[in-house]
Design a protein around this ligand. Sequence first.
Ligand SMILES: NC(=O)c1ccc[n+]([C@@H]2O[C@H](COP(=O)([O-])OP(=O)(O)OC[C@H]3O[C@@H](n4cnc5c(N)ncnc54)[C@H](OP(=O)(O)O)[C@@H]3O)[C@@H](O)[C@H]2O)c1
Length: 264
Amino acid sequence: MPIESGLRGARVLVTASSQGIGLGAARAFLGEEARVVVNSSNAERLSSAVNALRPLGEVHGVVADLRRREDLDRLVAETVQKVGGIDTLVYVTGSPRPGVFMEQGYDDWSRAAELLVVSPAYLARRVADAMETEGHGGRMVFLTSTAIREPIANIATSSVCRIAVAGLVRTLARELGPKGIRVNGILPGYTLTGRVEDVAADAARRQNTTPDAVLKSMVRDIPLGRMGTTEELGRVIVFLGSEMSSYVTGAMLPVDGGSLRSVG
Ligand SMILES: NC(=O)c1ccc[n+]([C@@H]2O[C@H](COP(=O)([O-])OP(=O)(O)OC[C@H]3O[C@@H](n4cnc5c(N)ncnc54)[C@H](OP(=O)(O)O)[C@@H]3O)[C@@H](O)[C@H]2O)c1
């Protein structure tokens, strides 16, 4: 018997999804006939994404800046208004400014913590409220980074702040499991998106080389010999965001072509 995702008609909110990993996740859920709400902070980019996704199924856009409390409240309220509730939350977010530790000041840490710690925790609370009100459980999938296991020098604030997401996932899994809400995390390794091209361009400037040379050096250490695609990541997000993973909660799953070396 083929494995069914059971997502037909499911209501899915994917944050930070006008491009890159979030857009790939939205595409993957639409492929399963879910009803999808996409989000980003930029009306123009979001509208292009909605137009690109529309041929694939039911999709709505909500412009909201994930760093702003009132936007997070409105994002959940408008999602519920548009599709009637939330069965799956996929939390993707933007990236803090790249740079090594000694380049970061108080404001950089403050902004990174707002984006990578406060925002996912507060949105999880609002979404859990909405799921509890409906009373039939739900799923949350938080995208973070392999940098939480093995810090990456050039993205110091990200390597530090994203570790909070692992604590959030475990905390929520324990507290919300009895209510039928499963919560898991994904640690993407290098996935080919605009963000990776930006990181490569930044590293190239510092190392006085070309972005292409940096991209090649990034791939050199990946056992599978290449970066992942947003489609490949999308399939794993769908797995954790559907009943295909019905006995999995509190897990942090690397999707990195084998690049993490640490055990555990
Ligand atoms: N790609 C990788 O290899 C990789 C690996 C590990 C972790 N990550 C992390 O995964 C996340 C997504 O990466 P990506 O490669 O897909 O990046 P990307 O291509 O740059 O896409 C980032 C998305 O975030 C949205 N966004 C940015 N700031 C936002 C805000 N304040 N509120 C709402 N939406 C916002 C952007 O939309 P607007 O600009 O339209 O708002 C865009 O849709 C990032 O946090 C990245 O650091 C990426």
